[in-house]
Unconditional design. Structure first.
Length: 297
């Protein structure tokens, strides 16, 4: 608390102990700005991955696909029978058989726009949407097997979990990157503070002779380096947010990085980066100052 009060109040006489410019000042400002800029994107990646995992989980958990694999002369009859079963199945909110145009659009990215569906044994697809209660997939499969032998129900459980796990790992990677950035800032500021203390060894010795305590000297270094980190991180965060705002809007485009950025209350998180950088600098400089001053004693 004593260091915190000194940081807020300031002391002009103590500030003169730390050189206001030079290599250590430039290193601290640059490191804080660069790491804050990277932290803006690391946080955005983590939050976007979290939203992606939630969206995939919600959408895939409430949808299923029914394939009608039957000869052409029986396909329409089995499709109609499957739709009648789905209409009376508890937990099914809606069921819709995809048209030839719909299936053509699904296959177009792989086979091109000139694919003739009537030349290929493409099964008829039925899109099934569940309600909040959910349906009994096992019971539906038994009923379909008895009444619609060509129907194959896919509830997406085989590949839903790997997709959600992948998004979850990407979210974890974003948070780990943020922690590594904080550790890198702490390491750089520690080195800069140690270099500044060593460079001012003679000044520190004179201050001790005139009665200055190690706490008084350490407070000067802590305040100067904390403010440098805070101001540098504020600049880096501002530049990162401007770059984030200027990114093209891909909210309507499909893709793994769709929605990269901040939404709603998540805009608060990047605003905390300068404060966290200052806290890291406060702790790192305090530790480095006390250790170095003991070595210079």
């Amino acid at each position: 608390m004593k260091y915190l009060r000194g940081l807020i109040a300031g002391d002009r006489q103590a500030d003169r102990v730390v050189p206001p410019s030079g290599f250590t000042a430039q290193l601290t400002l640059f490191a804080a700005a660069a790491m804050a800029f990277l932290a803006v994107f690391a946080l955005a990646l983590s939050l976007a991955a979290g939203r992606l995992a939630d969206r995939w989980g919600d959408e895939l958990a409430r949808s299923a696909t029914l394939r009608i694999v039957a000869p052409l002369d029986q396909r329409q009859a089995q499709t109609d029978a499957a739709l009648r079963i789905l209409e009376t199945t508890k937990g099914v909110a809606s069921a819709r058989a995809l048209t030839d145009a719909d299936q053509q659009a699904l296959l177009e990215p792989w086979f091109g726009p000139d694919l003739a569906l009537d030349t290929l044994p493409v099964p008829r697809l039925i899109e099934v949407i569940e309600n909040d209660e959910g349906m009994d997939a096992a019971g539906l499969r038994l009923r379909l097997a008895a009444e619609v032998p060509g129907a194959v129900l896919d509830d997406h459980s085989r590949w839903r979990k790997p997709l959600i796990d992948a998004a979850g790992r990407l979210r974890m990677l974003g948070w780990i990157s943020t922690l590594l950035i904080a550790a890198a800032v702490a390491a750089m500021i520690t080195l800069a503070a140690q270099a500044a203390l060593a460079a001012n060894a003679q000044v520190i010795a004179v201050l001790r002779l005139v009665g200055a305590t190690d706490d008084y000297i350490a407070q000067a270094f802590i305040r100067r380096f904390t403010l440098r980190a805070l101001s540098g991180a504020a600049v880096g965060t501002g530049v990162g947010l401007i770059a984030m705002v200027l990114m093209p809007d891909a909210s309507d485009a499909p893709g793994f990085l769709t929605g990269l950025g901040y939404q709603g209350v998540h805009w608060i998180f990047p605003l905390l980066i300068p404060v966290l950088a200052g806290a890291v600098a406060f702790a790192a400089t305090g530790t480095a100052a006390r250790r170095t001053l003991r070595e210079l004693a």
